[in-house]
Design a binder for this molecule. Structure first.
Ligand code: BES
Ligand code: ZN
Ligand code: ZN
Length: 484
């Protein structure tokens, strides 16, 4: 896929053009060329097109460009909507058979332009690594042009390429099945990313985890022949004043372990490493963008399997922090690996910690695949992430983390237990356990169980497979930490 900033006179080299408008036709249509201006007037008069968000008007001609689109943004001026409409436009003309598309966005502001490019690059992603037949039938674009007068267009394009490339790297990781993405292979990929960004890489695996006291992550991984890994990547720019730690749940496959899951949809548990992949994508993008923030990225990689060696319900594990966890259900393994990962992150003295994890089915029940619950011990970091969420369109919704919920995770035999009570407030119960391991460092937890992947539903520029949710959110958050 080639994306470039082009001039107005270049549009004849494209199969399709896209222009943006709002509810009021006066917004910009008057300036548009005859074809689309007339089409818009007729369609508006007939009430067939009103410029509402998600509305697309398609006009076909015999010349070049052949397809002319007018994309509605509604009256909402969120720049994230430009990305949404860019992706819907691409889908529309791709189905028509177009191979190239030009966005005419002369007066788009920085963020709007950025979102058009990001939306396009995320929409054109496809995962065909495992297909050997039928590839020639897949409809795809080869060229995207952006017509813009914005003097920052080139640097905006450069940034969008870095971020979308990182999101798409994350999606490749998510979509790769667990037979080809074990903790060890994941750790190897993390090492490559670390080298690419000149960061410091370290990993602890297998028995070394037990020897060094990381018994929680070791316990979750002990039932599999594929050993667990705790990976740390430290990116230290020449100048910085803030340190952000990013911690990700990286269960390369979650069978549930001895508390085994039903077989229906179990295959989706290959996505249980989405948190780890998104934090890896975020540190990569942030470093390539030279954001002056020190970033410590911790990946908790393990495979949760039932075997004669597995950890079992009733076990009590001693975590690296010294606190003990009673295992009530081996399927609540994410919080167990994160207990060591979060504690490990605190030893780098970060100013804030953010973790991403496909932690609970309850998060899917609460918010579906539209938004991710966010919880934490510090309102200011949560607010910063909520702002980042508004800017990027990666939706978050806050749930409380009051002490009232503490009883739900209390244990009679250990310091805490890894399940809540009677399946009540499952997402909060999960976060209540995590909270015990961050040592009062300002921390937020994002439960991405519902948004990490899609099944034939159009969301976040994705209809099927991994979404890379969290990369854009975290990059935006890190870009702004110095300002707050
Ligand atoms: N990986 C799952 C959570 C999950 C469920 C992610 C659905 C994506 C889609 C997690 O490890 C899990 O199984 N959690 C249990 C916890 C329970 C046993 C306390 C859950 O949510 O049911
Ligand atoms: Zn589980
Ligand atoms: Zn899990």
């Amino acid at each position: 896929m080639k994306v470039s900033i082009v001039r107005e006179s270049d549009v004849n080299g494209f199969d399709a053009t896209v222009r943006f408008t709002g509810i009021k036709p006066s917004d910009s249509e008057e300036k548009y060329d005859n074809i689309i201006r007339n089409a818009a007037k007729v369609a508006r008069d007939r009430n067939e097109f009103n410029g509402k968000l998600k509305e697309l008007l398609l006009e076909k001609t015999t010349g070049m460009p052949r397809w002319h689109l007018l994309a509605g943004l509604g009256d909402n001026n969120s720049s994230a909507n430009y990305g949404l409409m860019a992706s819907l436009s691409i889908e529309k003309v791709r189905n028509e058979g177009a191979k190239s598309i030009a966005f005419i966005a002369d007066d788009a502001h920085d963020n709007e332009l950025y979102n058009i490019i990001i939306g396009s690059l995320l929409k054109t992603y496809s995962f065909n690594k495992y297909k050997t037949v039928g590839l020639e039938d897949i409809k795809s674009l080869s060229k995207i042009g952006i017509i813009s007068d914005n003097p920052n267009a080139d640097s905006i394009l450069a940034k969008a390429l870095i971020v979308s490339d990182s999101v798409n790297m994350v999606r490749d990781l998510q979509n790769t099945p667990s037979n080809e993405l074990t903790p060890k292979i994941f750790a190897g990929i993390a090492k490559e990313v670390s080298d690419e960004i000149n960061a410091e890489y370290s990993s602890i695996s297998g028995n070394d985890l037990v020897r060094q006291g990381y018994t929680a992550i070791a316990s979750v991984g002990q039932g599999s022949v594929n050993e667990p890994y705790l990976v740390t990547i430290e990116y230290k720019p020449p100048k910085y004043s803030n340190t952000v730690a990013l911690v990700g749940k990286g269960i390369t496959f979650d069978t549930g372990g001895i508390s085994i899951k039903p077989s229906e949809r179990m295959g989706d548990m290959k996505y249980d490493m989405s948190g780890a992949s998104s934090v890896l994508g975020a540190i990569r993008a942030a470093a390539l963008l030279h954001i002056p923030v020190r970033i410590v990225c911790v990946l908790c990689l393990a495979e949760n399997m039932p075997s004669s060696n597995s950890y079992k319900p009733g076990d009590i594990v001693r975590t690296k922090s010294g606190k003990t966890i009673e295992i009530d259900n081996t399927d609540a393994e994410g919080r167990v690996v994160l207990s060591d990962g979060l504690y490990h992150a605190t030893t780098y003295n970060p100013d804030t910690i953010v973790d991403l994890a496909t932690l609970t089915g309850a998060a899917v029940v609460a918010l579906g695949d539209i938004a991710a619950p966010i919880l934490g011990n510090n309102q200011s970091i949560i607010s910063s992430l909520l702002f980042a969420s508004d800017r990027t369109g990666e939706k978050l919704w806050q749930l409380p983390l009051w002490d009232d919920y503490k009883d739900d995770v209390s244990s009679k035999v250990a310091d805490i237990k890894n399940t809540g009570t009677n399946r009540m407030a499952g997402t909060i119960a999960g976060a209540m356990l995590l909270k015990e391991f961050v040592n009062d460092v300002p921390w937020a937890h994002v439960d991405i169980a519902g948004v990490a992947n899609m099944k034939d539903r159009e969301r976040y520029y994705t209809s099927y497979g991994g979404t890379g949710f969290g990369v854009r959110l975290l990059v935006d958050y890190i870009e702004n930490v110095n300002k707050e």
